[in-house]
Design a binder for this molecule. Structure first.
Ligand code: NDP
Length: 468
């Protein structure tokens, strides 16, 4: 009774924790609530009947406390060391690993509950097969996603002839092997090979499903795998009748799916297109190749324009994360404000490489939330802005999304930087955005390029204000 109560309190804390994550100002508090909920859930496990019973065992190998504490210790050390080491740009990789291990844990829970013959009953047997299937796909899929993001394996989409039929065949094979185990009365001797086949084929499927997805789409896939890991946890909860796993797994599954859909919408892609189109398999190039060179400008000349500007909008992108330029951006913003300009930040929902990437970086630099504007808030007032400073953003300001039907980003809503009176684009060279296409913005008459690392360029611009 008390244990169930503890689990319910933990569930409520998790849900409140997630709710608080929807605003940057309450996100830290939300995280703490979830940590507290998780602590309660872990401590409650120590008082579960079978765990308590293992206390009196003579054989220390059978003492559950030992194994739980060992697992908690190993997991905590790895988690703390990894979280401290990871850079902001490496967050999606870390999440990929977390998802993978979540899937693996559910996979193991299901595996330990397997009983040959009709010992499990149909419902549990079905849950075991589904948990092994989702857990295994999440594990190998997440490991490949991690490898792609960390540059351990080629990040591009890998497609080969017959890939979809092969995947369909393997899914059918998993279903057939599951039937052999689940349906009562089938020879018990076949149960082990059947379950092992479900495992092996599902592990292979995880690789095959993620293989045809290209580097830039990986954050969406990671969100989808996050959702799958939640489903695996919920199903593992059914197998061992654990309320907290069911509730938390379902919450993670649903929130991961919502996030995936939000990201797809912001990129104007469907999940089907994302999973099966092989986007990024080739180096896409816009057919509308510009003929002239982009106009470059020096920091000194750019300063003259900024000094006279009454309104300035910063448009951050992935390059700002790479350069870690957020703190110097804040410094420049303050100097512009002191100079009489109205400063705002236009944040595109998929700028960077994970949802909220830019918001997190700008919040880290203590930039006021009121200054952060969404794309929909900012676009109508773009023509009235004197200057747009595009900091390492590319795809999210690419007009090809509006004008070039052949472009892979056609239809993606963009921040209309091109409507501002003057546009400064800060980037290192001729590098393309994640979609690998040319950007017409760089060739427009009101656009001026300032080449170099974004942090160095912004520092130099800021320095000009000091030496005034
Ligand atoms: P992009 O990836 O399109 O462009 C980044 C730009 O930054 C490049 O042009 C690069 O040019 C420049 N850059 C890199 N390093 C530096 C540096 N140190 N200093 C200055 N510039 C630098 O970024 P966006 O943010 O515009 O777009 C994000 C893309 O990621 C979108 O296409 C989106 O769909 C995709 N995506 C985002 C997700 C999310 O959740 N945020 C999820 C899935 C996909 P150069 O090399 O010349 O410097």
């Amino acid at each position: 009774m008390i244990i169930n109560l503890a689990y319910i309190v933990a569930c409520v804390l998790f849900i409140l924790g997630i709710k608080n994550l929807n605003k940057p100002s309450t996100a830290r508090y939300g995280n703490m609530l979830s940590v507290f909920g998780m602590t309660i859930a872990v401590v409650a496990v120590f008082f579960e009947g079978p765990v308590l019973a293992s206390w009196n065992t003579r054989n220390w190998m059978e003492n559950s406390y030992l194994w739980i504490l060992l697992a908690v210790a190993i997991g905590s050390v790895i988690g703390i060391v990894w979280s401290k080491k990871v850079k902001m740009t490496g967050m999606p990789e870390l999440v990929a690993i977390y998802n993978g291990f979540g899937g693996l844990a559910s996979f193991f829970v299901a595996f330990t509950q397997f009983l040959p013959g009709d010992g499990n009953g149909i419902q549990i047997a079905v849950s075991i097969c589904l948990t092994i299937f989702t857990g295994a796909i999440t594990f190998t899929g997440s490991m490949l996603a991690w490898g792609k993001l960390a540059g351990k394996v080629p990040g591009r989409a890998i497609v080969f002839k017959g890939q979809k039929p092969l995947n369909a065949f393997l899914i059918l094979a998993v279903a057939a092997a599951s039937v052999v185990y689940v349906v009562p009365g089938i020879d018990a001797a076949l149960n082990w090979p059947a379950v092992l086949s479900v495992m092996a084929v599902s592990l292979i499927l995880g690789f095959l499903v993620v293989m045809p997805i290209g580097g830039g789409d990986m954050p969406v896939v990671i969100s989808l795998l996050n959702s799958l890991s939640g489903l695996a946890v919920a199903m593992a909860g059914f197998i061992i009748s654990n309320t907290v796993l069911i509730v938390v797994g379902a919450t993670v599954g649903a929130s991961g799916m919502i996030l995936t859909l939000i990201m797809c919408k912001a990129m104007n892609r469907s999940i089907r297109n994302l999973l099966f189109s092989g986007f990024g398999a080739t180096d896409a190039v816009s057919k509308k190749g510009p003929t002239s060179e982009p106009k470059a400008v020096s920091v000194e000349d750019a300063y003259m324009v900024l000094e006279a500007a009454q309104s300035v909008v910063f448009i951050p992108g992935y390059g700002m994360a790479v350069a870690q330029a957020q703190h110097v951006v804040k410094e420049l913003a303050e100097k512009l404000e002191a100079n009489g300009a109205e400063v705002s930040f236009a944040v595109h929902p998929v700028a960077g490489r994970m949802p909220g990437h830019m918001n997190v970086l700008l919040a880290e630099a203590d930039i006021a939330y009121e200054q952060l504007k969404t794309m929909d808030e900012m676009n109508p007032v773009m023509p009235s802005q004197d200057v747009a400073i595009v900091i390492g953003a590319n795809d999210v300001v690419n007009p090809a999304a509006e004008t070039d039907k052949d472009s892979p980003i056609y239809g993606m809503p963009i921040i209309k930087a091109y409507e501002c009176k003057t546009v400064f684009v800060l980037k290192r060279g001729q590098g393309r955005g994640f979609s690998g296409i040319e950007n017409e913005l760089f060739y427009m008459p009101n656009t001026l390029m300032i080449y170099g690392d974004a942090k160095a360029t912004i520092s130099a611009l800021s320095g000009e204000f000091v030496s005034e």
